[in-house]
Design a protein around this ligand. Structure first.
Ligand code: TRP
Length: 340
């Protein structure tokens, strides 16, 4: 049986190589396995921290265009905007009845984000993981491709689904599994390879954005931090975070194993060769994506049309789950008994 695959992506910030290798290429591959593969741009999650409303709309369009440019095909997946499908917020509320306040309070991401807020720590920030659980559970998804940083949120949604089924009816919700990619979860900042590449908290020079021009991309790789091993050692190792990162990026964009890249590098003179090779490979990988992005991004109505069509398909699935959840919880009028 083909799995139902679901993932959500933030419309905030500029997408970078870590997002691409860790999430976006997995989304594209998921289109062949998922039945269906469902991808949601989570504008409602973006309202849990300080934000600008007009900018949010722009960021949703940016993200939609990036995903389409990277190879998501609206004929082969369901791509939609969270705020278009009201079932997410309704299910979020219903799931609060099986969510422990203590669990939400302990979430690492809540603790980090709330201490970073200068003005208001919104209740939405606390409920963020419940909305995320609703996103997935509304589609009875089996698989959730996400990065390592989402492990805790995935555990919580599994707890919520199990508790719901135990309290209101076994089999009502599907308990999802996470799918954390082996390499992409680990793409590192080029300047500070001890930390992951990230829009928040990473270094500008160490973060390769998908829309950086070729010269910028090559420069960022050229200046990547490696180590002072003399002679240079072009191999992965725990104490060589910078070199390991470059080898893994090169392997990921070329679609080969890191050991293959290491074997190829046997004749290289030094780290400069590795940096040039990975810079070139990333430029080659991103050039067609950037071209398609520019064409797609210019046509906002076409982007809205794609999102609207996706929302229609998403709503049909989510509405069926919500009907079962409401019935199980005794909310609203009784459902007519199934006919036939
Ligand atoms: N919290 C996720 C992130 O920051 C985004 C997200 C929202 C998500 N809803 C989801 C991921 C559902 C997977 C499934 O990356």
């Amino acid at each position: 049986m083909s799995p139902v695959i679901f993932s959500g992506i933030q419309p905030t910030g500029r997408k970078h190589l870590g997002n691409y290798i860790g999430a976006i290429t997995q989304y594209v591959a998921g289109q062949d396995r998922g039945d269906p593969a469902i991808y949601c741009i989570v504008d409602l999650h973006a309202t849990t921290v300080a934000y600008d409303p007009a900018e949010l709309r722009d960021r949703v369009h940016d993200t939609t265009a990036v995903l389409l440019a990277a190879g998501l095909d609206p004929e082969r997946c369901i791509l939609f905007r969270q705020g278009d499908v009201a079932e997410h917020t309704e299910l979020c509320w219903l799931l609060t009845s099986v969510t422990a306040l203590g669990e939400l309070n302990r979430m690492h991401q809540f603790r980090e984000k709330s201490s970073a807020q200068r003005e208001l720590i919104s209740a939405g920030l606390l409920l963020y993981p419940v909305l995320q659980a609703a996103d997935v559970l509304a589609y009875r998804a089996h698989e959730v491709p996400v990065g390592e940083d989402q492990r805790e949120h995935l555990e919580l949604m599994r707890n919520i689904a199990e508790r719901f089924n135990g309290r209101f009816g076994e089999g009502t919700l599907v308990v999802p599994e996470h799918r954390i990619p082996p390499v992409g979860a680990r793409v590192r900042d080029l300047q500070e390879p001890e930390r992951k590449m990230s829009t928040t908290g990473g270094s500008e020079q160490g973060t390769v954005y998908l829309l950086d021009d070729p010269a910028t991309i090559r420069r960022k790789f050229k200046r990547a931090v490696t180590d002072s091993d003399d002679p240079p050692v072009l191999r992965r190792s725990d104490d060589k975070a910078g070199v390991t990162n470059l080898i893994e990026i090169l392997a990921a964009v070329r679609g080969v194993a890191p050991s293959f890249v290491e074997a190829e590098l046997a004749g290289a003179r030094g780290y400069g060769d590795l940096k040039a090779a990975v810079g070139d490979a990333v430029v080659d990988e991103l050039a067609p994506l950037q071209d398609r992005y520019r064409q797609l991004r210019a046509q906002e109505q076409a982007l809205e049309d794609v999102l609207a069509a996706g929302a229609g398909k998403a709503r049909a699935i989510a509405a069926a789950t919500l009907a079962d959840v409401r019935e199980a919880m005794g909310v609203g009028p009784p459902q007519p008994p199934p006919t036939g």
